[in-house]
Design a protein around this ligand. Structure first.
Ligand code: IMP
Ligand code: MG
Length: 189
């Protein structure tokens, strides 16, 4: 598949468009349909991790026609912008998770350290069930045995941005998922 060039104004920062807007939209609808089928008859608690899930979450939940509550957890990894570091919880769950059917949503499953920590924390709250949905997964860097129940796309081991994913907190607003240019990776900001 030939790489699609990014829009003109992003050519200095974005190497290529990996997954375009239409492809994302179609896949998100499929994920929503799978979730709707599997959770039929249940009252969902959707727990999304800040901040990278925001565009994905907004699109996903609008296509799930089931009763649900929505809450957020904040997790940050203090490391460099492209390499993971130590995990710190920056926002705790506000809604009751005990005896709930929980769907945990994250942007990307990379090493698995983030989801490992969040899943352990959620399981301690004794939900009735816990399933995990990620927009993207990178298989090559996995260190934790985390199987996600719903996966949007598998991506190669490259640093991706857009549709919620950031580099140094930027690019979350891009409507597509792209590969960041090596030359756009600067020192810490
Ligand atoms: P993990 O804990 O290694 O699985 O990493 C998960 C987190 O790392 C994600 O929630 C992202 O915030 C970040 N991350 C990993 N890979 C990328 C990437 O390619 N682009 C942007 N963020 C990434
Ligand atoms: Mg991030």
């Amino acid at each position: 598949m030939a790489a699609t060039p990014p829009p003109e104004h992003l050519r200095d920062e974005v190497e290529s468009v990996l997954i375009g807007e239409a492809e994302i939209a179609a896949r998100v609808r499929e994920l929503a349909a799978d979730i709707e089928r599997d959770f039929a008859g249940k009252d969902l608690l959707v727990v999304a991790l800040l901040t990278g899930t925001v565009p994905f979450l907004a699109d996903l939940i609008r296509h799930i026609a089931l009763p649900m509550r929505l809450d957020f957890m904040g997790v940050s990894s203090y490391g460099s912008s492209t390499a993971p570091g130590e995990l710190v919880f920056t926002k705790e769950l506000r809604l009751e998770a005990r005896d709930r059917d929980v769907l945990l949503v994250d942007d990307i499953l990379d090493t698995g350290k983030t989801l490992r920590a969040v899943i352990d924390k959620l399981n301690a709250l004794q939900p009735r069930s816990l399933k995990t949905c990620v927009l993207l997964e990178k298989k090559s860097r996995r260190t934790e045995a985390i199987p996600a129940d719903y996966i949007g796309f598998e991506v190669p081991d490259e640093f991706v941005i857009g549709y919620g994913l950031d580099y140094a907190e930027r690019y979350r607003n891009l409507p597509f998922i792209g590969v960041l240019k090596e030359s756009a990776v600067s020192g810490e900001q």
